[in-house]
Design a protein. Structure first.
Length: 183
């Protein structure tokens, strides 16, 4: 565990304020759910809760199926990191922090489509300047009207293009995952 040197007191209702610097670094926003753990040493651990993370085994099977069917890199992410990926090295992508761009790429919640030569590719990994993707489809996963993550189809192959088929498949996947999380 990393010490921050910041000390906070618990108020009479048992609340403690998480410093702004830590919230910004960990991308914790107002209303975000946190899991609370304790360990044998008496430490209290707060972890940002990911509802998609609960479905990680299911997400892994889904991305593998998408990759085998379409031949494109397939990813499922929550709002902060990649939960599952297929068609790309897991070491390269799995559990890596993502940029806020996938959500910002489609603030109107429309599916984002990019093919080389038409617009700008959306960077995926945090700190990634130029993504190198030649084609992308990004669809938000919605639960009760709230965006909780995204389904991404990506390609770095020069001749690959994405179109209506990839859009419909990504939208179907996002809709199905969102419904799984509502039950």
């Amino acid at each position: 565990m990393k010490a921050t040197g910041i000390v906070r007191r618990i108020d009479e209702l048992g609340r403690v304020v998480i410093p702004k610097e830590i919230r910004r670094t960990l991308r914790i926003r107002e209303g975000d759910p946190l899991e609370i753990f304790t360990d044998r040493d008496g430490e209290v651990i707060l972890k940002k809760y990911s509802p998609i993370g609960e479905l990680s085994a299911f997400a892994r099977e889904y991305t593998e199926s998408l990759y085998r069917t379409l031949g494109h890199m397939s990813l499922i992410c929550d709002k902060d990191q990649i939960v599952s990926c297929s068609g790309v090295s897991r070491k390269e992508m799995q559990d890596k922090s993502i940029t806020p761009d996938p959500e910002q790429a489609n603030p109107s919640r429309q599916t984002f489509l990019y093919n080389k030569g038409a617009g700008r590719a959306c960077p995926i990994l945090l700190g990634e300047e130029e993504s190198g993707y030649t084609a992308q489809v990004i669809t938000q996963i919605l639960v009760s009207g709230e965006s909780v993550g995204a389904v991404l189809l990506l390609s770095k192959e020069a001749e690959k293009r994405m179109g209506d088929t990839e859009i419909k498949v990504a939208e179907t996947a996002a809709g199905f995952i969102g419904r799984q999380m509502e039950t």
